[in-house]
Design a binder for this molecule. Structure first.
Ligand code: FDA
Length: 582
């Protein structure tokens, strides 16, 4: 007879989505179990770019410094280089990941956190260890097989791969964070758009001391334009730094219609040697694996009591580094909602806002990542390297850019322009930080009647803060006594927070009179928090006596521009809507 284990939330998968869901739920005190198919966490580097929004999430969950301690810092990430091989000719660079001085300033103004490079095999243990320390029960070698749901919960059947037997886990909710081949999403019948298997790619993990070719132009990514580099893959050959400057991962394409090549060590070494371009360097291949570029997203992220997150619902190439970032952000959006529904504070209707808010983001990032692959073609075009040709012709075209004369000058200009355009992949600050949840689609956001401010500059490249409901709370440095902290540090920790200023006493009383615990933050001279630089006054978009109600995930849920005699009622009405009671 099979055993039945009970919990509040069952999470399938211990990747970035599942691990961060577990971490957030355990931080909020929600009992949860994680089952994961394999005997270990990720054993290869996989996703690595960790953007500011994710670092803010990790800061709230108390693991930011654990990540910073192990990650490659931002200043070593930023010289994305295009070359014929690491030892070969350099074709150009893009200042990336916030390392362009202007973008660097924008990064500093936007967030208390810094972007970093945290390979997935290092990130997962940070998330999982913290989750387990806070109460998550984790079962390795346990495979999700199926689920059924009824009015009160979900029953999942799992297989213990060590013993070979199956048992049931009864949970109130199920999170499918089981990656790009998600069985949970398939079993839940989530409608998917787009296409799987657009192109073929190979990852090769290897060790080699490449200091002499990389330390003078420190970067996370070195792109290699060489014969065969346009076949499949992610736009060109890629040498990615895992640990400066001795651990690496190469991404190389294959023709998906011909099937994956036989990944022998000799085959992998041949690719590695070609991309390094210096046979004197000792190389140790650690592993290689084939995968496909996908362009697929779920139109809906949930079915009843089943919610999917991460690659289960958005499947895309690594371009722009959005994989684990979006997965962690999905989980963070979902966890506080589950907590409030489980403890009876919110109506289950609140959970509908998960799909309403996150599915459009998923679709956007899938499209962006695939678009970034296509935007590498002009780099080859500038070298006349897209038309079928022999390797000798490609090398001759590349060499031609060094000639005198009008044609060569034109070629150099086209190459510069095509490489510079890659900022949409390597410096897209807006893609990282401009996520907004419109009140028209999410019931967990209360419209304040103001028009959508849109974006004054390219929304993919430039971050534009806003305190309009549905936007992430703008970051400003404020002080409390001798302490300097971010406005974002005053929110989170699983609670709603009301921010106001001098004259906002009515809002503070209103917050204190609600049944739901709401933290209050008063910013102004002589208050607990002060705004010595005047940054908050510039960014808050409300008068000092106005109020912002911020959700546990740092998004503004309700805004009132000034003082209000009926603040208590306004806030109560807003909370009823946000918590799904109307
Ligand atoms: P993820 O795939 O990380 O995790 C899924 C989890 O579910 C795993 O723990 C797995 O064991 C578990 N699972 C699956 N089926 C299960 C079942 N039936 N029962 C129990 N558990 C089950 N991204 C990037 O930006 N740069 C890169 O270079 C790479 N490279 C890369 C290489 C390889 C080999 C892979 C597989 C993926 C990448 N990625 C990547 C993508 C990146 O890793 C991905 O976007 C994130 O890991 C997504 O996180 P998730 O948690 O959603 O899924």
């Amino acid at each position: 007879m099979s055993t039945v284990v009970e919990t509040d939330v069952l999470i399938v998968g211990s990747g970035p989505a599942g691990a961060s869901a577990a971490l957030a739920l355990s931080t909020y005190g929600v009992p949860n179990i994680v089952v994961t198919r394999y005997a270990s966490l990720a054993d290869t580097p996989r996703a690595h770019i960790t953007n500011q929004r994710t670092m803010e999430v990790l800061r709230d969950l108390g693991v930011e410094q654990d990540v910073v301690a192990q990650a490659t810092p931002q200043h070593l990430m930023g010289n994305t280089t295009f070359c014929t091989s690491l030892a070969g000719e350099e074709l150009g660079r893009v200042r990336s990941w916030g390392n362009d001085p202007l973008v660097q300033a924008a990064h500093e103004l936007a967030s208390p956190t810094r972007m970093c490079d945290m390979p997935q095999h290092l990130m997962e243990p940070v998330l999982v260890n913290a989750a387990v320390a806070r109460g998550t029960r984790l079962r390795f070698e346990t495979e999700y097989l199926s689920h059924s749901q009824d009015a009160d919960g979900v029953t999942a059947t799992v297989r213990d791969r060590l013993r070979g037997d199956t048992y049931e886990i009864r949970a109130k909710y199920l999170i499918g964070a089981d990656g790009g081949r998600s069985k949970v999403a398939a079993d839940a019948g989530l409608p998917m758009g787009g296409q799987m298997g657009v192109a073929g790619s190979i990852n090769i993990v290897f060790e080699a001391d490449l200091t002499r070719y990389t330390a003078h132009r420190p970067s996370t990514l070195y792109w290699v334009l060489a014969p065969g580099a346009t076949v499949g893959g992610i736009g060109a050959g890629l040498v990615r730094c895992v640990r400066p400057w001795t651990e690496w991962l190469i991404v190389w394409g294959y023709d998906v219609t011909a099937g994956a090549p036989d990944l022998t060590t000799e085959y992998a070494e041949g690719i590695v040697r070609g991309l390094i371009g210096d046979d004197r360097i000792p190389v140790t291949v650690k592993s290689s694996s084939a995968w496909t570029v996908n362009e697929m997203y779920a139109e809906r992220y949930s079915d009843g009591r089943v919610f999917c997150a991460g690659d289960a619902v958005h499947r895309h190439p690594p371009s722009n580094g959005l994989g684990s970032n979006t997965s962690i952000q999905d989980a963070y959006n979902l966890a506080w909602k589950l907590r409030l529904v489980l403890d009876g504070t919110a109506h289950p209707r609140l959970l509908d806002s998960y799909s309403a808010e996150r599915a459009p983001i998923g679709r956007q990032i899938v499209t962006r990542a695939n678009q970034s692959i296509r935007e590498t073609a002009p780099v080859f075009e500038a070298l006349d390297g897209l038309s079928p040709q022999t390797p000798e012709q490609l090398w001759a075209n590349i060499a031609a850019r060094k000639d005198t004369g009008e044609a060569a000058e034109k070629q150099r200009a086209a190459l510069r322009e095509a490489i510079a355009f890659k900022v949409y992949e390597f410096n897209a600050h807006g893609v990282d930080l401009n996520q907004r949840y419109p009140a028209e689609s999410s019931a967990a956001i209360v419209p304040d009647g103001t028009p959508d401010p849109g974006f004054a500059r390219d929304p993919e490249l430039h971050h534009q803060p806003s305190s309009r409901p549905g936007a992430r709370l703008p970051h400003a440095w404020i002080t409390s006594g001798t302490r300097t902290l971010s406005t974002l540090d005053t929110v989170g920790r699983g609670r709603f927070t009301l921010l106001t200023g001098i004259g906002g006493e009515g809002w503070v009383r209103a917050a204190e009179s609600q049944e739901l615990e709401i933290a209050t933050v008063v910013i102004g001279p002589g208050q607990e928090y002060e705004d010595p630089y005047g940054d908050w006054a510039r960014l808050s978009e409300i008068s000092e006596a106005g109020a912002l109600l911020v959700r546990p995930d740092g998004f503004v849920a309700f805004r009132h521009a000034s003082t209000a005699p009926d603040a208590g009622e306004l806030l109560a009405d807003a909370l009823r809507r946000i918590l799904g009671h109307v």
